[in-house]
Design a binder for this molecule. Structure first.
Ligand code: TPP
Ligand code: MG
Length: 307
């Protein structure tokens, strides 16, 4: 598989992901396997937890998060304080179980540690990730609308220090209703933060609209008007995800450029057919639907792969 550093050097147009770049199929299949595993762990965790847990959002965002953690971040559990590391901020912090399962799979702690006392008082793994309690979490999130501003600060600092690392921030589409995001977007474009990548998990499901209705915003011209480059992808298609991140232009030390927005079109609850749509924003898993969910995840992985 091609290491991320080499991929980063390719000179491609990030805004036009259909051009040229051949993706590494071995890498794509490896990431698809990890994504299916993580989706299953999210569902298994929900089975163990008494009460409800966020499911739809973690499942829509799994492919992008997996591509980053298992490849593009160059994430190293042995070197979490490396000042040159790339960082990921899950701004839609209510999807913390997605991060917990990825970090557990990468060896930072065990599945049982996460779900043994999940969301109970004094347990480190709460509904929202806390950077002070959990190794590997870059920012405490959960109150929507703060991740992009944190990402702006990190990106500014990295540029001032001459580093070439990137900050990736994932928001929800509902989260984009928070005005603070648009202040951060305006600032990042105006200050040429080429080391900042925003990913909008556009699963067309928010807290404040009925199913099928969502904010009237055309993401591409909206971000472009603030000086960003924009790429729109099917965020549940690992080939498209890999192609988009592979085409990010290199970060040149100290130089300004355009920040990049990845509009990730996804399906809420992706992978588990009966969870598709807004109904499973929060849910619980019982004996009956656990097995149906696991089989659905396997079936969907194979269906996507045969495309
Ligand atoms: C500042 C703030 N307001 C409200 C909430 C409550 N809340 C939690 S999730 C959610 C909906 C988020 O929708 P979206 O960002 O699209 O997330 P996803 O669909 O990916 O789960 C809301 C309003 C919150 N966490 N923070
Ligand atoms: Mg949403």
């Amino acid at each position: 598989m091609t290491p991320p550093s080499q991929l980063d050097q390719k000179e491609n147009d990030v805004t036009n992901p259909t051009t040229a770049l051949d993706v590494d199929l071995e890498l794509v299949e490896h990431l698809e396997d990890r994504a299916a595993h993580i989706r299953k762990q999210v569902v298994r965790g929900a089975y163990l937890i008494p009460g409800t847990v966020h499911l739809g959002g973690p499942l829509s965002a799994t492919d992008v998060a997996v591509a980053l953690y298992y490849h593009f971040l160059g994430f190293d559990p042995e070197n979490l304080d490396d000042p040159d590391r790339n960082r990921f901020i899950l701004s839609k912090g209510h999807n913390g179980v997605l991060l917990y399962n990825i970090l557990a799979d990468l060896g930072l702690y065990t599945f049982d540690e996460v779900f043994g006392g999940y969301n109970k008082p004094h347990h480190p793994f709460g509904m929202h990730p806390n950077m002070h309690y959990i190794r590997g979490i870059e920012a405490s999130t959960g109150s929507l609308g703060h991740g992009l501003s944190l990402g702006v600060g990190l990106s500014l600092a990295n540029r001032a220090d001459g580093r070439t690392s990137r900050t990736f921030v994932m928001t929800g589409d509902g989260e984009m209703e928070e005005g603070s995001n648009w202040e951060a977007i305006m600032y990042a474009g105006s200050h040429g933060l080429s080391n900042l990548v925003a990913i909008v998990d556009f699963n067309r499901s928010t807290g404040s609209f009925r199913h099928g209705e969502h904010m009237v915003v055309d993401w591409k011209p909206a971000f472009e008007s603030f000086g960003w480059d924009v790429v729109e992808i099917d965020g549940n298609d690992m080939t498209a995800v890999v192609r988009a991140f592979s085409q990010l232009p290199p970060v040149v030390p100290g130089e300004k450029g355009k920040p990049v927005a990845v509009i990730s079109n996804t399906v809420k609850g992706f992978g588990v057919d009966f969870m598709n749509g807004p109904k499973w924003h929060l849910g619980s898993i019982n004996d009956e639907n656990l097995q149906i969910a696991i089989e659905s995840i396997d079936r969907n992985k194979l269906a996507r792969r045969s495309h």
